[in-house]
Unconditional design. Structure first.
Length: 267
């Protein structure tokens, strides 16, 4: 069966939504509270939509062979997950999902457990689930389908643009926090060397100076994290709350500091 461009887009959006439902329910149960899971604000997870499309492209030619569907689907989706994970971390300096604690992981971006889950998902999708969705879409009025796809495209594009902007804002804050911490460490080292060499009164003055510098840099760090408006800061904080497993290997100390700030009252 040949799909039009609009049909492929609808499939993509549908599986983005289905992935969001699964992830949100799963993470909410684990956290014992509601978690609006995902990089975007709305109910869509592009990694699942992209994974579904890649799986369908590579497995539909032999959709009746469960073994091949499992292997090909697992491989293609795992490669996609690794690629997206690497690109996002390089762009935003934050890893929005992390498998470092899992056994047999590769740089924290993929792991055996996740890959096996992709394989099972591929079999369920290709052999069973997609058939129902396919029938539904193929019976839909073509004009109605195009209108729905257009509206969803506009909405998701705006949501994605805003989410990317928030991720870049977070990256800037992390860089500012890291620079402030590094500057403090350099000044602290100089005072410690001077105190050890001269001792006595200079040591007391050095310690007093360090306390003042520390207070000043703490203020800088506070301002760095809240340089944007409270609304922007709240959005960055919400981005991390939607991704509770997010980490930053590039800015671990700054990321921890931001997480501390995000737990404080923003009023």
């Amino acid at each position: 069966m040949i799909y039009t461009f609009s049909t492929w887009l609808f499939f993509f959006y549908f599986y983005c939504f289905l992935g969001w439902v699964w992830e949100t329910c799963y993470v909410s149960v684990l956290k014992a509270k509601w978690v609006n899971r995902g990089f975007m604000r709305g109910p869509f997870l592009p990694i699942y939509g992209s994974g579904a499309i890649v799986v369908l492209i590579f497995t539909l030619p032999f959709r009746t062979n469960a073994g091949l569907v499992f292997l090909v689907g697992m491989t293609s989706a795992t490669l996609l997950e690794y690629f997206i994970g690497v690109v996002m971390e390089k762009m935003f300096h934050v890893r929005y999902w992390d498998y470092s604690s899992q056994r047999l992981n590769l740089n924290g971006h993929i792991c055996v457990t996740s890959s096996l889950a992709w394989g099972v998902f591929s079999v369920i999708l290709t052999l069973y689930g997609h058939t129902l969705i396919e029938r539904f879409v193929m019976r839909m009025n073509e004009n109605l389908l195009e209108v729905m796809v257009f509206v969803l495209t506009v909405y998701i594009s705006i949501d994605m643009a805003e989410s990317v902007r928030e991720a870049f804002n977070l990256k800037e804050v992390l860089l500012s926090l890291e620079e402030s911490s590094e500057e403090f460490r350099h000044i602290q080292k100089r005072f410690e060397v001077a105190s050890a060499f001269y001792g006595g009164e200079l040591k007391e003055r050095s310690e007093a100076g360090l306390r003042k510098i520390n207070s000043a840099l703490e203020l800088i760090m506070e301002k760095a994290a809240s340089a944007k408006t409270k609304k922007e800061y709240g959005r960055m904080s919400s981005l991390l709350k939607r991704n509770p497993q997010a980490v930053s290997k590039m800015h671990e100390e700054a990321f921890s500091r931001f997480m501390e700030l995000s737990d404080e009252d923003l009023d």
